[in-house]
Every structure is written in C-alpha cells, then in structure tokens.
Design a protein around this ligand. Structure first.
Ligand code: PLP
Length: 412
C-alpha cells in the first residue's frame, strides 16, 4: 500500500470541492464527489484505449479489455474475493440485487419459502424481493428492531426456520449509519442452509470488507458511493453460484447462438454480463479503489469515526434536536459504523431545515432516504441526514452546527 496521506489535505484533489470552496457537502450516503485521479483515468480510457471489449482481435480492443479486466482484479482484491471470476460488473447496487433476485431468486424460491429482510433495508433490498415473492409465491418476512433501532439479533435468529430460503441484509444502514453484526448472523444463517445476500452499498465505501471472511453468497455495492463514476456497480458471486441462470441475455454472454436457441457461457462473470458494459466506469472504479487504498481503508474509517463522534455530540447539544439511533458510546458495533447522522428538529419540518441549510451552502439530505419501512418503525415522517466521507473536516461539522442553530433561530 502507498503512503498514508493526511486526510484533510485531500480536498484539493476533488475538482468540484476546489471549484466551490464554500460548499459543505454532507450527502455522501447518496453519492460521493470524484477525485481528479478517477476523472483523469476515465478520460484517459476514452483518449487512449476506447474500443469495445472481448471482441476485437486488434490491439486497441485488447488494451480496452485489459483495462476493464484489471479493474475487475482490483475489485476482487478490494473485497478479498477468491478471484476476479467472482466479480460481476453491474450498473450499481440496485442492479446487482435485481440480478440476484431474478437469476437466483426466481430459480430457487417457491411457495412456502420465506425471504428474510431487516427493517433497516434500503428499498433496493426490499422491492426486488417483494417482486420475487409475487412471482414465486414465497413470502417476505421482516425481523424486529430494538428500541434504539438497532437490529434485534435474537428475533432475526428466531425467524430463521427451515422455510427461510434467503436472508438479504444490509451491512450498514443508509439512514442511521449503524452496522449489522454480520459476523454473528451470517454463520448462523449459513449453518441452517440459508443463502445470504449482503447489501454493501453503505459498507464497502467505508469499511475494509472481506467477503470470504463474511461467508456471504452475494455482496452488492455501487461505485458512485466510493468516488467512482455513476452507472457502475459490483456483484460478488460466491463460487457455487457462478453458474446461476442469467438475468439479462444477449451479446458477449453466449457460447453459441443458432436460429433455434442459445448456449450461454457456463460461468460468471461472462454468463451474467450481457451486452456492452460501462467499460470506462469500471476502469474509473479501479482508479477509485487505488485512490482509497492509497489512503488506507482503516485511516478513512478512523477519520469518519472521529467526525461521527464530533457531529453526534455537537448536534445533541442543540435544543430541540433529536438524533436517531444509539449514541456512539452506546453502540457495541461502533467500530463498523459509518459517519451518518439522522435527526429531526422539534416543530420544524425536515424540508424547511434542509432548505435553510442549503441557503448557507450546507448540503444534507431530507426525506425517508428510500427507507420507508424504517421510518414507519421509527414513527417519523421524514428525517434530516448528514453523511460524511474522507474529504469532510471538523470545519464542515462546525458549519453544519452553526447553520442548524441559525435555521432554528430564523424559524422560531
Ligand atoms: N442499498 C443501500 C444501503 C443504499 O444506501 C443505496 C443507495 O442509497 C442502495 C442500496 C442503492 O444504490 P444505487 O442507487 O446506487 O443502486
């Protein structure tokens, strides 16, 4: 791994943050800004190596294929997958989960089976399973939460029965930043023959992740939440599922096609990547991984943990602000938590809060964050969410707190 660079300095490597020096960007759980290294690598692909992959015999196409496949190897190393062959490029986490729902879900679930979800899930890890349930007759079941909105692990375990075909679970909540105890849950589920999909959209960008140690069957994430371009994502597919039925069919994923039918490539990734992929996006994702690794995932995580503690305590001192989820010091899974804080302000609609903050250049997210079931369980109509990443600083937190205090004053 390259030298650890001091995290505060890196803002100058993000062209958008340089162009907008007053901007306090705190919507990183939605998407992240891109460093010049990623933008340059993507541009260099188009300027130096643009051709379709896996098809041309000519050198330019081989160069394009090489860059694409090198990116796959980087993703495999980043996740500690056994090999690049376990990595399927997709359009994002949503696309990855839909792939599993359609390829694995429709072929393996039937009436009487249960699909176990947690109330912490993003809609991307709920709706595809509801669709599979409709088509197969399987039933979607949710486990419970504790009073502080962390997962009720005992309840989850109780709900794993011989009927459970799949557990689809997030690594980190996109609303509360809290982690799920995957190292306890996954072995428990696997010992009972349950297939496990992990939604890593809020995990992979922030935490060192090892899919082999986790022991999951599938792991999904999006590039754009970890400095890479939009439109590129990843599905890790454990060895035993590499021959599952393809979701999309067409060019590049076949051995042969006749007028009578087609013979598919036998194994992922080829079997599951139909058509021309987002080649430059994959190459950009490779550059984003290089960038993150040049800083170090542990250093990034420590930086975020410090920001989270500071933000939590500064916000909790503002009268009428309610923070959701456990305080950092009460969270036994704090070491796997992401720097996300969600809050409400007594008597002020979250949209008004966000609007007043925007007037001061502070970008936070408002709404239900594609997690309606979680908001229903928390009994709040909407929340404000501030989410941090490696380029955020303590000054950003000071700006958030000052803008929020000001907004409350203005509103009162
Ligand atoms: N899962 C989680 C936990 C998320 O936070 C998100 C996006 O916010 C997604 C899935 C979907 O990601 P995408 O929209 O990039 O497909």
């Amino acid at each position: 791994m390259a030298d650890k660079r001091y995290l505060i300095d890196i803002r100058k490597e993000f062209p958008l943050l340089v162009a907008r020096p007053g901007l306090v960007y705190l919507d990183n759980a939605a998407t992240t800004q891109k460093p010049a290294a990623v933008l340059d690598t993507e541009r260099a692909f188009y300027e130096e190596a643009d051709a379709n992959i896996h098809r041309g015999i000519y050198a330019l196409s081989e160069e394009a294929s090489d860059r694409y496949e090198r990116a796959r190897e980087k993703v495999a190393r980043f996740l500690n997958a056994p090999s690049a062959e376990n990595i399927v490029f997709t359009a994002g986490a949503t696309d990855s989960i839909n792939l599993v729902a359609h390829s694995w879900g429709l072929a393996n679930l039937e009436r009487g089976d249960e699909i176990l979800l947690t109330p912490l899930e993003h809609h991307a890890n709920i709706v595809p399973w509801q669709q599979v349930a409709k088509q197969t007759g399987a039933k979607v079941v949710f486990c419970g939460l504790k009073e502080d909105f962390t997962l009720d692990v005992d309840d989850l375990k109780r709900r794993i029965t011989p009927k459970t075909g799949l557990l689809a679970i997030t690594q980190v909540s996109n609303v509360l930043g809290i982690a799920t105890p995957l190292s306890e849950i996954i072995p428990y589920a696997k010992q009972r023959g349950v297939t496990v999909l992990v939604d890593g959209a809020q995990g992979a960008p922030h935490l060192k992740t090892d899919v082999q140690a986790l022991g999951c069957d599938f792991y999904a994430f999006s590039g754009h939440k970890m400095l890479a371009p939009t439109g590129i994502g990843v599905l890790y597919v454990a060895e035993q599922h590499r021959s599952m039925q393809p979701y999309r069919t067409g060019g590049d994923m076949i051995e042969d096609v006749t007028e009578q039918g087609a013979e598919f490539a036998p194994l992922a990734p080829r079997r599951l990547e139909a058509g021309t992929p987002h080649i430059a996006g994959a190459v950009g994702l490779g550059a984003a991984i290089d960038y993150l690794e040049s800083i170090g995932m542990d250093a990034i995580h420590q930086h975020e943990a410090a920001l989270l503690k500071k933000a939590w305590h500064a916000l909790s001192r503002i009268p009428d602000v309610t923070l959701l989820g456990p305080a950092p010091e009460n969270d036994p899974l704090f070491s796997s938590r992401s720097a996300v804080v969600s809050f409400t302000v007594e008597g002020i609609h979250p949209h008004d809060v966000a609007q007043l903050l925007d007037d001061e250049g502070v970008c936070i997210r408002v709404g239900k964050h594609c997690a309606h079931p979680l908001h229903a369980r928390m009994k709040v109509a909407a929340t404000n969410r501030a989410s941090f990443y490696l380029y955020n600083t303590e000054q950003d937190i000071d700006a958030l707190v000052a803008a929020l205090r000001h907004a409350i004053e203005v509103f009162r």
